[in-house]
Design a protein around this ligand. Structure first.
Ligand code: ASP
Length: 432
């Protein structure tokens, strides 16, 4: 948290210093690109290193630990129902705010032209990526979940096939004779534990890396664009804050016995990591670690719900997608009836499931949604200047909601859940 505050202060100070002359501005930008970004990347890459083995081992372990395959049904059923519910509420909230405030109708013609001009190139890239997105057919779904080459897909950071493979390994594990099953469990627990240790290493770097990443973003952010889109940004952020602290607290109160205050206090590290990395996947190791060690979620629930959540439960992304589509429709005066908005809600939830947990991953899907509703897809350029900031915020909501679902599912299955594999805390740091 202090890293974040320090990073923001440093970034803003550097921007002010940039006002002293062109030479200083150049030096500040150089520092952001050549010094601050690499520091942040060391942290980020350490987390990315562990993502694949961790997803595999924790998910397979989660299923093996269930002991019996028929336990998978209730676990999966509750998990997917909560994912869907939480994304649908998120989008509905975003749409209500956008329909009430209507920021798109308040934008002047000059602002619109300025925004479209500034981000033309990136908008073209997002449209090209959208054109590569396959249409959802049965054939394509099989391809998405079970590609011919698992390792090729994983190397491209496609997580869904890895999840399917891990589930299969876990399911196979439950069928082994007792002794063999225990061995498989120990092996998988060992991998999880090793990866968790690496996450502890990464977390030692976090304060410095978070400060560096936030400072770099503050230096690079375009203040004029932020001003032009202030109302839209406030609407989207307002929706996210309301969903994270309102809906999530409500779900925790209604469906579990946890105090929302304690929950949010315990998960601060995860939320800061999500904010500074803009990636649910990069945050996943920290999410698992904190859920097990601070929230006391059992190994099988954490291992099952959190990797799935990091790729499928994208309530921040869904909320944001709905807001952008409505905003662009308002700017271009394309009316969307109540019926179209309900369709938008459903499509947004489905497309958010397909978004990868990496920065900016939702942009091509938003382009696809715009085209579906006959809204000019190049309108995506309007919001690109503020996308990174809102990406940071929506990722916080994405991972926050994953942990809420994990807590609820764990409590609901509480009586049946096997004892968690305990991961001992890291050795004390000298002097701490
Ligand atoms: N950055 C988001 C995440 O990783 C995905 C997105 O909305 O672009 O959760």
């Amino acid at each position: 948290m202090w890293g974040m505050v320090l990073g923001l202060a440093l970034g803003l100070a550097a921007r002010l210093a940039g006002g002293l002359g062109e030479g200083v501005t150049q030096a500040v930008r150089w520092t952001a690109l050549q010094v601050l970004d690499p520091v942040g990347q060391v942290f980020l890459r350490t987390l990315f290193f562990v993502v694949v083995p961790l997803i595999f081992a924790s998910l397979a372990l989660g299923v093996v630990q269930l002991g019996r395959l028929d336990q998978l049904g209730p676990l999966a059923g509750r998990t997917f129902a909560l994912f869907g519910l939480n994304m649908a509420i998120g989008v509905a909230l975003g749409l209500v705010i956008m329909n009430t405030v209507r920021p798109g109708y308040r934008m002047t013609e000059e602002t619109k032209v300025m925004l479209l001009d500034q981000s033309q190139e990136e908008a073209g890239e997002a449209q090209a990526r959208a054109a590569e997105q396959p249409k959802i057919t049965l054939r394509q779904l099989v391809e998405m979940f079970m590609p011919r080459n698992l390792f090729g897909a994983v190397a491209d950071f496609q997580i869904l096939p890895l999840i399917v493979f891990a589930l299969l390994v876990g399911a196979a594990g439950t069928q082994l004779a007792d002794e063999r099953r225990r061995q498989a469990q120990t092996g998988l627990a060992m991998v999880t534990e090793l990866m968790t240790r690496i996450v502890h290493f990464a977390m030692l770097l976090a304060p410095v890396a978070v400060a560096a990443m936030i400072a770099s973003q503050a230096i690079k952010a375009g203040v004029d664009i932020l001003q032009a889109l202030l109302l839209f940004v406030l609407c989207a952020l307002g929706g996210m804050v309301l969903h994270l602290f309102g809906t999530m607290s409500l779900l925790l109160r209604l469906l579990s016995r946890r105090s929302p205050r304690q929950f949010f206090r315990a998960v601060r590290t995860v939320l800061v990591t999500a904010f500074s990395t803009s990636s649910s996947s990069a945050t996943l190791p920290t999410t698992i670690l904190v859920s097990r060690e601070q929230l006391g979620v059992s190994a099988s629930t954490a291992g099952f719900v959190l990797p799935l959540g990091a790729t499928m439960n994208m309530s921040g992304t869904a909320l944001y997608e709905g807001c952008v589509v409505l905003f662009v429709a308002q700017v271009y005066s394309v009316p969307l009836t109540l019926g179209s908005q309900i369709t938008l809600l459903l499509l947004t939830v489905l497309s958010a499931v397909a978004v990868a947990g990496i920065p900016g991953a939702s942009l091509p899907l938003i382009v696809g949604l715009l085209a579906t509703f006959k809204i000019p897809p190049e309108g995506i350029a309007l919001i690109l200047g503020v996308d990174r900031l809102l990406d940071m915020a929506r990722t916080v909501l994405n991972v926050g909601a994953d942990m809420v679902v994990a807590c609820i599912v764990d409590e609901r299955l509480g009586q049946n859940a096997p004892a968690p594999v305990s991961i001992p805390p890291p050795p004390a740091r000298p002097g701490s």
